[in-house]
Design a protein around this ligand. Structure first.
Ligand code: GLU
Length: 469
């Protein structure tokens, strides 16, 4: 369905800071961000940190860093739920006052016992309404010294229906829903209640989130209705499966977004990949974030689980590496090369080397590793040298070395000069290129020899040849 909005678009990304930013979360953030950008709306970042046992400041930091790396900038926030406790208490009090919530003095044991009874009777276990006030109903005497929880007075009949803009119409009967605890005995509010109050206060118009939240949505809708809040539109995104079709796991998949820069992926490749993983624009596979923002209107979202495919991500990363500015690639590659012992002093300029080598690599790390051949002293294997630097080739290489002193130092002139030397000595290209590669780089696999020679520079080439001839 189209979702052309009648009101200002306000979306949010609302992660629980219990770990790193994972791929699924990043995709939710991307879609919420792109949707807001498409309609000139506002993208809110909200940190759902009320689970004190599992939330950590490090996780908050990791999420914010991940968002920054991807360039998914928020317009408002981050708002922290833990800083909004007074507001939640205020709404709980208002609901008690309005009769849309009530104190429940059933002990946890009693609640468990009633659930057990229902299970035995083959019913869905739920709170039996002992403390739910109804007209004409007399409530039990309040047990001495017991602190109550606050329960939401969920409608008993009817159903909750919403037009999910990913999954279509979803209907859940109120009989399926419990009278949810919205505040614990110590007054702290519970998860679904905080989300509803936040979405109301932050005037969220569109909620995009993972479909693990589908079961929460009717509860939140009922609470929003009870507090007189307008309902956002909901879209629940199917999850991302691992390459093996199973749920993604830390053990076998790189689920942490920040593992990707460490492995040499560019943010634009990850964004492009995630955009296409659950959404489509015709047959397009490559698109910029400007294009995604201009096309992402809530339609063409897929309702089936997407499967992670590293080959496709690699293909995109290769595409963006080829497009990337070489100075930027150099800044990314250099630390890894330094750690591997690269010596940059007196060596060719890194951007020029990367430009020569970036066509075929999947990652910046592969690129850095490939570029190392220009930044460490060549140590050709003696057996290989003996095999390739034969007596038949030596005179040709000596001529080549001599002409290196005066040849114009361009790729074209070097290529032409090599051809002349080959012709004069009755040799074929590999007969000279192989020993040259070994002498100059220490390895047999390199980019085109004329390009390699050109980049190294006259002085370095003459010096390296002199060692062997
Ligand atoms: N905090 C929830 C999560 O991290 C998201 C809640 C929401 O989007 O409504 O899964």
């Amino acid at each position: 369905m189209t979702t052309a909005p009648a009101k200002p678009v306000r979306t949010r990304f609302a992660p629980s800071p219990t770990g790193y930013l994972h791929l699924g979360g990043a995709r939710t953030a991307l879609y919420s961000w792109a949707y807001a950008r498409h309609f000139g709306g506002t993208f809110v970042l909200r940190i759902e940190d009320t689970d004190l046992e599992r939330s950590t400041p490090e996780a908050v930091q990791a999420i914010i860093e991940g968002m920054e790396w991807l360039g998914l900038s928020h317009d408002e926030g981050p708002f922290y739920q833990m800083q909004r406790m007074d507001r939640y208490r205020e709404v709980v009090a208002q609901m008690l006052e309005a009769g849309t919530a009530y104190h429940c003095y059933s002990s946890p044991e009693e609640v468990e016992a009633m659930r057990e009874r229902m299970r035995e009777a083959g019913e869905k276990p739920r709170y039996d309404g002992t403390w739910r006030p109804e007209p004409g109903k007399t409530l039990p005497a309040i047990p001495e010294g017991r602190k109550p929880v606050v329960r939401f007075k969920n409608p008993l009949d009817g159903e909750v229906t919403w037009d999910d803009f990913v999954k279509g119409t979803i209907t859940i009967g109120n009989k399926e829903l419990d009278d949810l605890v919205i505040a614990r005995p110590d007054g702290t509010p519970t998860y679904n209640f905080c989300v509803a109050v936040d979405d109301w206060d932050m005037q969220i118009s569109h909620v995009l989130r993972g479909d693990d939240h589908v079961n929460n949505t009717p509860r939140q809708i009922n609470i929003l209705r009870a507090i007189g809040a307008p309902l956002p539109l909901y879209g629940h995104l199917p999850m991302i499966l691992g390459a093996d079709g199973q749920k993604m796991s830390k053990r076998k998949d790189a689920v942490n977004v920040m593992d990707y820069p460490a492995q040499g992926y560019l943010p634009e490749a990850i964004l492009n990949y995630l955009a296409r993983l659950g959404w489509s624009h015709g047959d397009d596979e490559v698109f910029s974030m400007e294009q995604v923002c201009s096309w992402f209107d809530g339609t063409h979202l897929s309702n089936s689980a997407a499967q992670f495919n590293i080959e496709k991500l690699n293909w995109l990363n290769n595409h963006y590496i080829k497009q990337a500015d070489n100075e930027r690639l150099a800044a990314l590659a250099q630390p890894r090369m330094l750690a591997a012992g690269a010596v940059f002093d007196g060596a060719p300029a890194l951007p020029a080397v990367l430009a020569l080598m970036k066509e075929r690599v999947n990652t910046v790390n592969e690129l850095a590793d490939a570029a190392m051949l220009f930044y460490r002293a060549p140590q050709p294997d003696a057996a290989l040298m003996a095999q390739h630097l034969t007596d038949a080739v030596k005179p040709a290489l000596a001529q080549f070395a001599e002409r290196c002193a005066t040849v114009e130092w361009t790729k074209e002139a070097l290529a032409a000069m090599i051809k002349e030397v080959l012709a004069a000595n009755g040799l074929k290209m590999p007969q000279m290129a192989m020993p040259l590669r070994l002498i100059v780089t220490g390895q047999l696999q390199t980019p085109a020899i004329d390009a390699v020679l050109q980049i190294f520079g006259r002085e370095a080439i003459v010096a390296r040849l002199a060692k062997f001839l």
